[in-house]
Structure formats: C-alpha cells, structure tokens
Design a protein around this ligand. Structure first.
Ligand SMILES: C[S@@+](CC[C@H](N)C(=O)[O-])C[C@H]1O[C@@H](n2cnc3c(N)ncnc32)[C@H](O)[C@@H]1O
Length: 188
C-alpha cells in the first residue's frame, strides 16, 4: 500500500519547506536517484546537489534519471557518505538527506550500516550551516536488522539541545517495522 503519511513523505515535506533556490544540499544515499532529482529541483539552476553512494549501479541509475530529466546541477560521487567532508566545506551545506536501507530493486545484502552511518551523520552535521537541517529516513528490520536504527536514535537523542533541535517520528499504530523519520535543525 502506498501512503502519503510515511517517513519519506514527511522528509519531502520538511525538505520542501526548508530548501531554497540556490542552496547547496547533499543526498547522502543517492540509490536510484529519486531523492537526488527531488533535491535538484528544489535548489534549481543556481543551486548544487552533492549525491553519494557506494554502489556503481546506484550512480548509473541516478545518472540516467538526471540525464533523462535534463538536470545539470548534481555532482555524483561514488564514495561512502562517511567521507562526505572530502567534498564539501564545513558550514557550507544547507541540508543533508539520508535514506537508510538498501537500494530498491537492487542487492538487499548491500545496505547502510551503523559503522558508517554514524560517522556519516556526524560528518554531515559538521558541514551544516547555522539554520541548516538534516533529514533521516530510517528503514530497518529484515536484512538491516535493528542495530543501525538503535544506534542512530541513541545518537540523535544525545545531541546537545543548545545547538540542535531533533524531532523523531514513528508511526505508533503501524505494524511491521514502519520507517522512522528524523529531522535535525542546527539552531542559528
Ligand atoms: C534506501 S537506498 C536510497 C534510495 C534513494 N534515496 C532513492 O531515491 O532511490 C540506500 C542507499 O544507500 C547506499 N549506501 C549504503 N552504504 C552507503 C555508504 N556508506 N555511503 C553511501 N551510500 C551508501 C546503498 O547503496 C543504497 O543505494
């Protein structure tokens, strides 16, 4: 069943409200490029998107989608998001989006893991400007298990509340491991 009220839908609502034309944003999990395309449209011609993934197939799929849509404001980087700081300056980023889990229609044994996801979130927070925001869609269960979800939630709950505002939304009545949405703002 496709639902309007889910983690991804919430992430798009918040990103749509936050991201402005001309912004610099990071899609930390490019996958098939759907979120990259969404972000590239939000930042427009004057803006830039850095899109990362570790799978060549994800880069190919994202590149093909962007080419089909005539998008030219995206830099595709085949590298782990834990290395994000090599591609963007501290304090220069308006928003970072993570969509954890595996590549839809891809190899379900290649998925995000806490060992790299936590350093990536930390790196992304350092890159944010004051007032910048980070979106996390946390898919978990099945192949992913629960370690990554637990580690991410523990980490974001521990962020200094003088600097960061953190909202975590779970769908309280849903069965079967409903994805969790987290929104983090660096208070300016
Ligand atoms: C749920 S998918 C992303 C879906 C994507 N946003 C879209 O619109 O299609 C998660 C992606 O994270 C990627 N991934 C796993 N570990 C990664 C890492 N360390 N750095 C960057 N990407 C990673 C996977 O290859 C997969 O494509």
């Amino acid at each position: 069943m496709s639902r309007e009220w889910n983690a991804l839908g919430l992430s798009h609502r918040f990103l749509r409200q936050h991201v402005r034309p001309g912004d610099f944003v990071v899609d930390a999990t490019a996958g098939n490029g759907n979120d990259t395309l969404f972000l590239s449209r939000l930042v427009g011609e004057r803006g830039r998107v850095l899109a990362m993934d570790i799978q060549p197939r994800a880069m190919e799929n994202t590149g093909a989608l962007l080419q089909k849509e005539g998008v030219e404001n995206v830099r595709l980087v085949l590298d782990g998001h834990e290395n994000m700081a090599a591609y963007a300056a501290e304090g220069s980023v308006d928003a970072v989006a993570f969509n954890f889990g595996w590549l839809p229609a891809g190899d379900h044994n290649v998925f995000t893991r806490k060992e790299t996801s936590l350093p990536a979130v930390e790196a992304g927070l350092r890159l944010l400007r004051s007032g910048g925001a980070m979106s996390l869609c946390i898919y978990y269960g099945r192949n992913n298990g629960y370690d990554e979800r637990d580690a991410l939630l523990q980490f974001v709950r521990g962020l200094d509340d003088r600097v960061w505002s953190v909202m975590a939304v779970d769908f309280a009545n849903r069965k079967n491991d409903p994805p969790i949405f987290v929104w983090i703002v660096k208070e300016g």
